[in-house]
Design a protein around this ligand. Structure first.
Ligand code: NAD
Ligand code: MG
Length: 396
């Protein structure tokens, strides 16, 4: 009999976390939940613990841990509750864990995701910000520990599926001309530019095709998400920024493509549902049922493509600039974006000011080499301080 894989889900209460638990619950003979972590929706975390009986749960504070521990005991569960970043790192690196789903949003996911990588786990990466911030260090840790890093960001999962197994020999060596990274264009693809000054967080979060957390929804509206994904693709597939072309494809049916020197273009298609890339990465190199409905091509009928307009999407231009500058630039970009998006969601700034804040931070802070993790956090803090300074100077 095969022993079920032990899975830690970092960010279990989020959109990707819940999709992961949905897939896991379809295959109890293959997967068992080892640990679940949550940050704010702790009632939901309790309900997930009742459903999946994990060995550990992790919450941000001691008092929340006591409350959850009591509630778990009342429900007859012996799940142990751990606290804070050290708790997250413990369940990510625990010797009994096989696979870690990295689905915390933003920079907060970096240390726990790296803990899983350093412990040589199979790491399913949704938390693209972690890789964007620490790219070279992150990939060095993967190679050093022998961790198996599999992308579940739908585009990167698609690219992974379209590449040959030996792509790590180099994209040129395996005949790849370029990667075509598809983007839906988000809710503001056709909004008159003059109206962007007055769009609300609700409008930005109303993505036409995907249902996601609020931060990534705003990133999708601004196309910063595609910018972060461009940087993510460069690290995952050892590509140069100019080997990755962004293609707007409003139907979100093609999740990305690989263009080969012989003129072949391979694409991965599917309904826009994260359970497909999650199931693919969980079972890789096998295939399992994800619960996603089969693609109905007759209903879709057509697939459209257009080039992105960097005037409409300045965040995409800023991200490409950071990708090309390398070193500390992507960490600056990411941190400035996190502050700006939070301010937009709090209605402290207008939507176009997200790009203004990031632009200023990238202009003010010189790009430096990054040789250790502490330096990444220093750069992150500098960018956050500069972005906060923009906000206070503008009276927000
Ligand atoms: P979400 O906001 O729905 O969930 C985020 C999760 O992280 C929650 O469980 C939350 O409790 C936890 N969290 C938030 N702040 C934390 C902190 N400071 N410390 C510890 N935990 C914290 O976000 P999501 O949409 O599920 O996205 C998660 C990650 O996956 C992001 O990096 C996003 O870019 C990436 N991603 C998401 C999708 C998607 O379809 N939602 C697709 C591709 C990639
Ligand atoms: Mg994506």
């Amino acid at each position: 009999m095969i022993r079920p894989q032990q899975i830690t889900v970092l960010g279990a209460t989020g959109s990707v976390g819940l999709s992961t638990l949905d897939v896991i619950a379809r295959h109890p003979e293959l997967y068992q939940v080892f640990a679940l972590t949550g940050f704010s929706r702790l009632k939901e975390l309790l309900a997930l613990c009742v459903l999946h009986s994990p060995r550990f749960a992790v919450v941000p504070q001691q008092e929340l841990a006591r409350n959850l521990q009591d509630a778990l005991a009342a429900a007859g569960l012996d799940t142990r509750v751990l606290v804070g970043e050290s708790g997250l790192c413990e369940v990510a690196a625990h010797p009994q864990v096989d696979t870690v789903l990295a689905a915390i949003v933003g920079a907060a996911g970096l240390r726990p995701t790296l803990a899983a990588v350093e412990a040589g786990k199979k790491v399913l990466l949704a938390n693209k910000e972690a890789l964007v911030m620490s790219g070279a260090l992150f990939m060095q840790a993967v190679h050093r520990s022998g961790a198996v890093l599999l992308p579940i960001d739908s585009e990167h999962n698609a690219i992974f599926q379209c590449l040959p197994a030996d792509y790590s020999k180099g994209l040129g060596t395996v005949g790849v001309r370029r990667i075509l990274l598809t983007a839906s264009g988000g809710p503001f693809r056709e909004t008159p530019l003059a109206d962007l000054m007055s769009v609300s967080p609700e409008q930005a979060c109303a993505h036409p095709n995907w249902s996601m957390g609020r931060k990534i929804s705003v990133d999708s509206a601004s196309m910063m998400n595609k910018g972060l994904e461009l940087i993510e693709a460069c690290w995952l597939f050892d590509a140069r920024p100019n080997q990755v072309e962004v293609v707007i494809h409003p139907q979100s049916v093609i999740h990305s493509m690989v263009d080969y020197v012989d003129g072949s273009v391979l694409a991965q298609l599917g309904n826009p549902d994260m359970r497909t890339p999650i199931a693919h990465a969980l079972a890789w190199p096998r295939r399992i049922d994800s619960g996603v409905a089969p693609l109905d091509l007759f209903r879709i009928a057509r697939l459209d493509f257009q080039a992105p307009d960097e005037h409409r999407f300045p965040c995409l231009r800023l991200a490409r600039q950071a990708a090309e500058a390398g070193n500390s630039a992507p960490a600056l970009l990411n941190a400035a974006n996190e502050v700006a998006v939070a301010a937009f969601l709090d209605r402290r700034i207008r939507y176009p000011e997200i790009a203004s804040i990031i632009d200023e931070v990238l202009n003010l802070e010189p790009v430096i080499a990054v040789e250790e993790l502490d330096a990444v956090f220093e750069i992150d803090l500098k960018a956050r301080t500069l972005a906060e300074h923009w906000l206070s100077r503008s009276g927000r």
